[in-house]
Design a protein. Structure first.
Length: 341
């Protein structure tokens, strides 16, 4: 059932200020038509009576045309969001490995689950992430099929979900925009129709600083962030702003952030998480792990109670390594007294 509002009715009954408060991306639509200064304390049709005639003439529009375009614009974004919010599971149906041998698996993962992907370098972990990202339908070299909510996807559905269903955090996060951290987060919040922009921006900023090894300010340029800070910012952004129900993470252990806390944070947001990793701490914190061998899915292991118990020792070792890294960063000498094993 489509629960999106009738936007034509909305625009005919609510003043622009109310519409913009409910759908912040409406401001971008108005800006595209040079209507940023339009009066927002009245209905759109009434507000258009007070603008200069040449503004709409420039775009070859009559007031009703603009009203219709505005309605379609809001409906498109709203429907896309509703479709993505309805994703509760993803199924991976096996294809073939590099030796043309069948994978013979069918794995269904539900919202809130964490799946680690492990295997030697070059074994095909990134290929699996790519298959998930493109919603493969037996049309990639692996011949795998990705199903959503137990259903196959046709080309139209894949196109509509492209870039919206999956958020991917790669090993390298490089920004090219000359924006501050706050400006970057505000832009994302408005594009993603966040109802309380200031609140969600502040929450993302605080979360990113909690994850990052080194704190940064809200007025720091995103191009000045370190690799770890950039990754922390994007993880916080994905957790609190992104509609994408599926998150793909490639080797988060190299990011210089609190990687375990990052995974837990995303899982709490009821997202389906795939993390490609060589880190035993991350691999065993997952609900299941996919073992990749010869370019294919070799087997799937559910994390056992015994493995979960071994995490206590692994976490102790990891904490000691973290202390050593901090001593190195502080310029201390590494002596036997500092190593507590």
């Amino acid at each position: 059932m489509n629960n999106t509002p009738n936007f034509m009715t909305l625009l005919n009954n609510e003043n622009l200020a109310t519409v913009i408060e409910r759908f912040p991306i409406a401001s971008d639509f108005l800006a595209n038509y040079r209507l940023s200064d339009i009066a927002t304390d009245r209905l759109l049709q009434s507000a258009l009576e007070g603008i200069e005639e040449d503004i709409l003439e420039e775009f070859g529009l009559e007031p009703y045309d603009l009203l219709l375009n505005f309605s379609v614009f809001l409906e498109t974004f709203s429907e896309t969001r509703a479709d993505i919010d309805g994703v509760t599971s993803i199924t991976i149906n096996g294809g073939i490995n590099k030796l043309k041998q069948p994978e013979n698996i069918s794995l269904t993962i539900s919202a809130g689950e964490i799946i680690s992907i492990v295997g030697p370098t070059g074994s095909g972990k990134s290929r699996l992430l790519n298959d998930i990202e493109c919603l493969a339908q037996r049309d990639t070299p692996t011949q795998r099929q990705i199903m959503i909510n137990g259903h196959e996807l046709d080309d139209t559905q894949r196109f509509e979900m492209d870039g919206k269903l999956v958020a991917q955090l790669s090993q390298n996060m490089n920004f090219v925009m000359d924006l501050t951290v706050r400006e970057f987060l505000e832009m994302h919040a408005k594009c993603r129709l966040s109802p309380n922009v200031n609140d969600v921006v502040e929450k993302c900023f605080q979360c990113a600083n909690d994850l990052a090894g080194e704190k940064f300010a809200a007025d720091t340029k995103v191009t000045q962030l370190s690799g770890g800070q950039s990754r922390a910012l994007m993880i916080a952004d994905t957790a609190y702003m992104s509609d994408s129900p599926i998150v793909l993470i490639d080797e988060i252990e190299n990011a210089g952030i609190d990687r375990r806390e990052a995974i837990v944070l995303l899982a709490k947001r009821e997202k389906i998480i795939f993390v490609s990793t060589h880190d035993p701490l991350l691999a065993l914190n997952a609900d299941k792990r996919i073992i990749i061998k010869n370019g294919g899915i070799h087997k799937i292991i559910e994390t056992s109670a015994e493995e979960q118990q071994s995490l206590v020792l692994i976490e102790k070792l990891d904490n000691e390594l973290l202390k050593l890294r901090n001593h190195l960063r502080s310029g201390d000498l590494i002596t036997k007294e500092l190593i507590n094993l």
